[in-house]
Design a protein around this ligand. Structure first.
Ligand code: DAT
Ligand code: MG
Length: 153
């Protein structure tokens, strides 16, 4: 079982898409085990986007991510990291396939609605940046026995 960090970015919150974006994960069979709204501080944005520091889009990215509240979620399930990335779609709305979150809800390069960790290692690091351990709630869903089989890990 994996966990990954999802952020509904400021444009997603402002456009009233929190519920519709997060339902994609529930529809797929994944589970929300942590959820909060917050405004990202410049310090947190810098830590979260440290791998992009120095790139031409970095300053604008930090400005965007700190400009208004986001929703942070921890999504759990078998292969949660890769499944989340495929539900999100390609980085820019104009290139993302229809059927994905970015492909269905946006056309922009700058405003791309959602973040998802890109590996199990970065997920562990990013979850720690956004959540204290006691803010995450492990729980069983009765229906999971019809969603997750013994082959799924
Ligand atoms: P992703 O969010 O798909 O993991 P990433 O990690 O490569 O993409 O980049 C982080 C964010 O930075 C991305 O969501 C949008 C922005 N970004 C990336 N490349 C960009 C570019 N060439 N121009 C403008 N913004 C960019
Ligand atoms: Mg990334």
């Amino acid at each position: 079982m994996e966990r990954t960090l999802v952020l509904v970015k400021p444009d997603g919150v402002q456009r009233g898409l929190i519920g519709r974006i997060l339902s994609r994960f529930e529809d797929k069979g994944l589970k929300l085990v942590g959820l909060k709204t917050l405004t990202i501080s410049p310090e947190l944005a810098e830590r979260h986007y440290a791998p992009h520091k120095g790139k031409p889009f970095y300053e604008g990215l930090v400005r965007y991510m700190t400009s208004a509240p986001v929703v942070a979620a921890v999504v759990e399930g078998p292969r949660a990291v890769d499944l989340t990335r495929s539900l999100m779609g390609a980085t820019f709305g104009w290139q993302a396939e229809p059927g994905t979150i970015r492909g269905d809800f946006g056309l922009s390069s700058g405003f791309n609605l959602i973040h998802g960790s890109d590996s199990v290692e970065s997920a562990a690091h990013e979850i720690e940046l956004f959540f204290r351990p006691e803010e995450l709630c492990a729980y069983e869903r009765d229906l999971d026995r019809w969603i997750i089989s013994s082959d799924d890990g």
